[in-house]
Design a protein around this ligand. Sequence first.
Ligand code: BTN
Length: 328
Amino acid sequence: MHLTMKDEILQRFLKANGEPISGQQLADDFQVSRTAIWKHMQTLQQEGYEFETIKKRGYQLLSVPDKVDVGQLKQLLQTDRYGQTIHYFDKVDSTQLVAHELVRAGAKDGTIVIAEHQTTGRGRMLREWESTKGKGIWMTIIIRPTIPPHQAPQFTLVAAVAIINAMKAMFKNFTPEIKWPNDILINGKKTTGILTEMIAEADQVQALLIGIGINVNQQIADFPDELQSIATSVSIGEGEQVDRVQLVAHVLQFLENYSDHYVKHGFQFIKELWEQSSGTLGKQVKATSLREVVEGEAIRITENGVLEIRQANGEIKGVYSADIEILD
Ligand code: BTN
């Protein structure tokens, strides 16, 4: 992966674990002048990294800014493709919109768009998605799987199980659950939404744009009044501040593994993972779609990711896209 010299200098400091590094040492290692190193140090400080200059020993990294730091992310990532190209923004309208432009420009499989803040974040069913600055993960991943268009909805479930298992690997104080099709709940409240958009020809997907919104470090007062009773964050669930860069790296790693597994071996394994983490199956639910309201017991998901509901009269109905309310 190509890192800029500034990123490489940052990596050196992150790996040094608080030990000072001299400007001369860096100048020698990178074969540039000390002035060039000093300029990069200035830029890092403008980006929010705090350094102390220790006489005769050099610069010591004191703190990193609370932002999704691309240098740190690159250092953590062990993926082959996902996150190997990163488009990072302090503010965008929506990472989905940026990703659409990148797809048109030929972006590679695994390219990500990530922002600290979205002014017009988009949710499913044309809703707005609240994207508080610096508190969440607002990210779109461009995936170019060799699958026909009708399999695209399964990929949303691939993303859901990747996020769930990334959370399970990192956090011990809560058990995240999936609410069909792809909301992730902590203690019954929504922490994550997934919006999958597709660009396809008749028989082949060109690109999937998997938009992931994870509420990470919000406290309840950070949510608008109307969301306070239904939304939560990973930090509220875990009871401590969460490292967003680590979470992004985990999500990308699980997503790459599961996507590759799915493309090679099919849906069965993903379906099993989904069922293990489902907070919907076996429950009484009310599914409201544009066409109808279906009430009954959620009994299973099909190979196509369709939720089947057994109504009180015994009739089983498949639901393709709906809002689900869990009744018991
Ligand atoms: C939902 O309605 O549950 C889906 C929400 C998806 C939000 C994410 S945040 C990153 C990406 N950019 C957007 O504008 N939306 C998705």
